[in-house]
Each structure stands twice: as C-alpha cells, then as structure tokens.
Write a protein that binds this ligand. Structure first.
Ligand SMILES: C[S@@+](CC[C@H](N)C(=O)[O-])C[C@H]1O[C@@H](n2cnc3c(N)ncnc32)[C@H](O)[C@@H]1O
Length: 387
C-alpha cells in the first residue's frame, strides 16, 4: 500500500468509525487558483451525516454540503489533483499527506492528545443577515407581508452579498473588527439599500458599535433615508446631503462607494486615502473618463477600433490603475466579481486594506506609467486629484 492509499484508508476508516473531526486541504496545485484552502467538517442535516466543504477564497468563504458518498468521491479527486497538502484530524490521530516534487507522497501519522472531538453540529438555516424587516419594507424591497417585491430580488441578492463580503473582510482583519466605534462612510449612498442592510447587520445582528454615514448629492434621497433611519430607530445611521468631492468626514475607518458614477468612485477613493481609511471598498460604475482619455495607441488600436471593446478595455484599465494607485498608497488591493453577471453587469469589486509593510513605489509607478503609454491613456483622474 503506498502513502496515498494509506492516507485515504485512514480517511475512510475514521468516517466509518465516526471519529472524523476535520480535513484541511491546502497548497493548491494551480498557483492561480482562487480557492486557497478547503476545510471539510462533518455536520448533521436532518440527522444524516454530511460533509460540509468550506472553500476559502482570498476575501470570502463559500460553504457547500454534500452527502457522505458524494463528498468522499470529491475528496479523493481533490487530494489527487487539486491540493498538495492534506491534514486529517480524527479523535485519535493526526494524519498528513504531502505531495513531493517527484510526484510521490510523504505520509505521517501522529497520536492525538484527546483534545480533538468529532463534533457534529446541526446545519442550521443560514443565519439571516437582517435582524428586522421594517427597514426593507420602508425601502420598498419587501412588501407589507414581508415578501420580496417582484423587481427587487436582484437588489436584495446584491445587498446580501455586499454585507457578507464586508463582514468577511472585518472578520479576517481583527484589528479592523476591533475598532470601537467603527466609523463607516458610504459615499453615493443613493436609496440606502446597502447602507441600511450593513448597519442592521453590524449593529443589530453583530452588536457592534458603529457610526455609519451615507453621503448623497440628491437631497430627496437623503431626506427619505433619514426619515426611515429615524422610524426604524437606527440611531447611529445618518445621511448627509453633499457631493463626494466636497465632504470632509473627520476620520474614516471604512470607506465604501458602490456604483458611484464614473469619477465619483475616484473622488471617494481619494477621501479614503486622505483619511487613511483602514479599508476601502468600491464597486465601480461607468468608466467614461479613461475611455475619453484613450488616444490611438498602435499596439491596441486593432482592438479599440471596435466601440464596445474600447469600452471594455477602458473599464479594465481604469480599475487596474485604481488598484495600482491604492497599492502605491500602502494598500493591498483585490479585484473580484462579487456577484454573478446574470444579476448585474456592474459586478466588479475593488477592496483595499491598509498595511504597514514596505511599498515599492518605484516599481508600482513604473507599472502605471507603462500601462498608460501602452494603451495611449493621457490621464487618469485619480492620479490627477492625488497629485
Ligand atoms: C447608482 S447609485 C448607487 C447607490 C448605492 N450606492 C447602491 O449601490 O445601491 C449612485 C448614487 O451616487 C450618487 N452620486 C453620484 N455622484 C455623486 C457625487 N459626486 N457625490 C455624491 N453623490 C453622488 C447618485 O446621486 C446616486 O444616488
């Protein structure tokens, strides 16, 4: 029996004997894999054992449950092809398997000290992200019976996803999660769907102390949102009329700008950088500025001669440069699709977390300059307002 078989045998044995506690798979064989780690536990669904797979991404976790047979088949496959390291914890032993460069496996078995228990939590209904429905009714997302209004399903999905992402980032960044009270500013808050949902989750469900400010230039929306906040007693949620360019919030821990039009996203990023916000999150909207600033560049003109491709190209370039600029100012930036494109085309999200590490400004600036030259971009608005 080779090492791989020995490991799998230990796995199937502990499942059979019901001593399985946890299996973690790490070191993806594809270095570009978005799933960085997989944590597998065992849970009970309707009293039947299931594997619960938690797929760990850079910025989020996704959980999927499988019955024992299906999950077991996937595990064999995953260990064989997708991950280089597997750690299996049972009540009695810790088994590890590591794929070597020569394709062979290293296998180790260590006795447990008795502290690992094969607990079988019941799969509860997914905890609601919202503690109350009043504000969703007042915002017109739910009807008076508490059902989602016909045209608001996608918005509710988006809002839930945003809240999940922001919560995931806070959980993974302990120092940020500990800020008390946390000052969050949502720029271009519009009708306040996300602003209310985030407040409700953090303040009411999580019991976190926070101050959440929505900034919006349309006074009618500000007035409606303030009335709703008052009505549902969201005491530390306020909306202020003003433009992103003008506002000067005192200090910001988390800066959010979702679908703020065109360069309003840049204005919001500027405010985040200036107040050294620990976290900046934006979901860019239209990208007109860079498209207009793109002059014919020989390397890309065969692409940009087609209007729609020029538009897409401009979108990619705008957000790449935004992310690089954030890195230039000491942030670790990520760009990802936060929701399937079937719900909205505007589905890219940029998150940037402030770090204290060294920043290779020269290299980053060189990358920005090189992108601008290659693609014939005369100017990037964010760069201009930061200079
Ligand atoms: C597309 S909506 C998005 C609303 C909300 N953030 C969301 O994602 O559901 C953009 C909002 O930003 C506001 N807005 C755009 N530019 C702005 C600016 N420069 N200053 C303040 N508000 C702005 C608009 O009035 C609008 O309500």
């Amino acid at each position: 029996m080779d090492n791989f078989e020995a490991f799998m045998r230990s796995f199937f044995m502990c499942v059979k004997e019901d001593t399985f506690a946890r299996l973690t798979l790490s070191k993806p064989t594809d270095p570009t894999s978005e799933v960085k780690k997989l944590i597998i536990k065992m849970i009970l669904i309707k009293e039947k054992r299931h594997f619960s797979f938690v797929y760990r991404y850079e910025t989020k976790d996704i959980t999927k449950n499988y019955d024992i047979e299906e999950g077991g088949d996937s595990i064999i496959q995953l260990i064989q092809t997708d991950f280089g390291i597997a750690n299996l914890f049972t009540e009695l032993n810790h088994f590890s398997l590591e794929k070597q460069d020569n394709g062979k496996y290293k296998f180790k078995k260590q006795k447990q000290d008795g502290s690992v228990k094969a607990t079988r939590s019941h799969d509860k209904q997914k905890k609601s992200l919202r503690s109350k429905d009043d504000y969703l009714k007042a915002l017109g997302i739910l009807n008076q019976k508490g059902n989602v209004q016909k045209d608001k399903g996608d918005k509710l999905k988006q809002v839930n996803k945003y809240v999940e992402i922001i919560d995931g980032i806070l959980r993974k960044n302990e120092s940020l999660d500990k800020i008390d009270p946390l000052h969050i500013v949502d720029m271009g808050s519009g009708k306040g769907y996300l602003t209310f949902a985030l407040y409700d989750y953090l303040a009411n469900t999580k019991g976190k102390k926070l101050r959440l400010q929505g900034i919006e230039m349309r006074s009618e929306l500000v007035s409606i949102c303030n009335k709703i906040a008052d009505k549902v007693k969201f005491d530390h949620l306020t909306f202020e009329q003003g433009t992103i360019e003008e506002v000067q919030p005192s200090s910001i821990d988390v800066l959010i700008a979702l679908h703020a039009c065109d360069t309003a996203t840049d204005d919001a990023i500027l405010k985040g950088i200036q107040s050294e916000a620990s976290l900046i999150i934006c979901a860019p909207c239209c990208h007109k500025q860079v498209r207009k600033a793109m002059k014919d560049a020989p390397a890309v003109s065969p692409i940009t001669q087609f209007g729609i491709l020029k538009e897409r190209q401009a979108e990619l370039l705008t957000d790449t440069i935004r992310a690089l600029i954030l890195e230039l100012y000491g942030y670790k930036a990520h760009i990802f699709e936060f929701i399937s494109s079937e719900h909205t085309g505007k589905n890219l999200m940029i998150t940037a977390i402030k770090h204290k590490g060294k920043v290779d400004k020269k290299r980053i600036q060189k990358e920005i300059d090189s992108i601008k030259t290659t693609f014939g971009i005369e100017e990037h608005y964010l760069e201009n307002i930061l200079s």
